[in-house]
Design a protein around this ligand. Structure first.
Ligand SMILES: Cc1ncc(COP(=O)(O)O)c(C=O)c1O
Length: 404
């Protein structure tokens, strides 16, 4: 099949729910991917933050190959060696006290479990989330997601989930009622535009939750596994939540969701109250063991911090060069370039020239490169963005910027 045939088949038979780019990817290695015609791309999208170890990390590939010959599936109602190994490795790296795990298959599912556990533990229904938040698109997670374009077609959503303005602890204080079970937020809002909270915010929310006896849930689906230059995003502010949602990179590219909570909190879920068929499958757990080993042994968290500084300063130099760039923000290798215009063209043009980047809302170009990216590959991406932003600036010269 050639690229057009592949595009035609997907278009013909698949639900039209993704904003597709005309690129047919067939191979990946480290920070690079190739399309079906052999064209090479620097991947600063990592499948929306999944391929943090780079594509096809050799340790993950070997672990998956070996486990596939041993046992692929094993329901949670039986015990399994790889599952035990993975969960043990996991709780060795999670923040202190977070050591009781439920495994699922996606970020949204990790949020579903967190919402259920919060309601069950507290016996209360209400969840406070943030305006601008993104927590996924299943009905519970969607109810905590902010953007009305995702929510409105599916009303009514799960009740008693409300949103308050971000970055201001008073808004949370004011929103808490006797019905409140938990506050749920991302440490850095990813989809919401790569928005880093002001220093002190997460600590203040932690204190409020302690004082008012409600749970603090952090959705670290995008900010964990070294992404922000720390193992978990919350470590940037020395805060430990009661429940943490994990997903994307934890199984080296295979589907996974993880909800990890304090022992007493997770123990409120009784047999049968929450489960999923694929929870903790041996294949995924074998990949997860290899992924966590690679992260630790190759010291990729420190590398993310170093490469993140390098990439951010290169992006800042683009900001001083191109008026079209309003702001550069983010932590580690989770970075956003806010433009004065819509970014869709920039993303398409960058892809045409061999660099894959993401959006985060209408005006933000989001870069989520793998932790293994090197300076040469970063320079390559920056050169392409430099050209594309320069051209965009000329093309936009007579159009008005997107209002604030
Ligand atoms: C912070 C956050 N939470 C939840 C999700 C949903 O994860 P998934 O797409 O795996 O359901 C995402 C996805 O991007 C996310 O960024």
């Amino acid at each position: 099949m050639n690229d057009q045939e592949i595009i035609d088949i997907e278009t013909r038979y698949m639900a039209n729910v993704f904003s597709k780019k005309p690129v047919v990817l067939t191979k990946g290695k480290g920070a690079l991917v190739w399309d079906i015609n052999g064209k090479e791309y620097v991947d600063c999208s990592t499948s929306y933050g999944v391929a943090l170890l780079g594509h096809c990390h050799p340790k993950v590939v070997a672990a998956v190959q070996a486990q596939a010959e041993q046992l692929i599936t094993c329901h949670g109602s039986y015990y399994n060696d790889k599952r035990a190994e993975f969960v043990q490795k996991l709780v060795q790296i999670t923040p202190k006290g977070l050591d009781k795990v439920f495994m699922s298959n996606s970020g949204a599912e990790s949020v579903e479990c967190a919402i259920k556990v919060a309601r069950k533990f507290t016996g209360k229904p209400e969840i406070i989330a943030l305006m601008g938040a993104f927590h996924g698109k299943t009905m519970g997670a969607l109810s905590a997601t902010w953007d009305k374009k995702y929510r409105e077609p599916f009303l009514p959503l799960v009740p008693e989930i409300k949103h308050v303005a971000p970055d201001n602890p008073d808004k949370i204080r004011e929103a808490i009622t006797e019905k409140t079970a938990a506050v749920l937020m991302e440490p850095i809002r990813g989809e919401g535009g790569v928005r880093v909270p002001p220093d002190g915010y997460l600590q203040a929310v932690r204190e409020i939750c302690d004082k008012r006896n409600i749970l603090f849930i952090l959705d670290e689906v995008q900010t964990s596994f070294g992404r922000t230059g720390k193992l978990f995003g919350c470590e940037n502010w020395d805060v430990i939540p009661d429940v943490m949602c994990l997903a994307k990179p934890f199984a080296g590219g295979l589907p996974i969701g993880i909800t990890v909570a304090k022992e007493n909190v997770m123990s409120s879920l009784k047999v049968g109250e929450h489960s999923t068929t694929f929870s903790g499958s041996p294949l995924v757990c074998a990949a997860g063991c290899a992924a966590v080993d690679a992260l630790v042994e190759e010291q990729l968290v420190d590398r993310a911090a170093e490469m993140g500084r390098y990439l951010k300063s290169a992006l800042e130099s683009l900001q001083s060069k191109h008026r079209i760039v309003k702001e550069v923000r983010g932590l580690g290798l989770m970075l956003g370039i806010e433009l004065r215009y819509e970014v869709y063209n920039v993303i398409l043009k960058a892809a045409e020239r061999g660099v894959l980047v993401l959006d985060a809302g209408r005006t933000v170009v989001r870069l989520l490169p793998p932790l293994v990216i090197n300076k040469k590959q970063i320079d390559r991406a920056i050169n392409v963005l430099d050209d594309v932003l320069g051209e965009e600036e000329i093309e936009r010269a007579n159009s008005s910027p997107v209002p604030n």
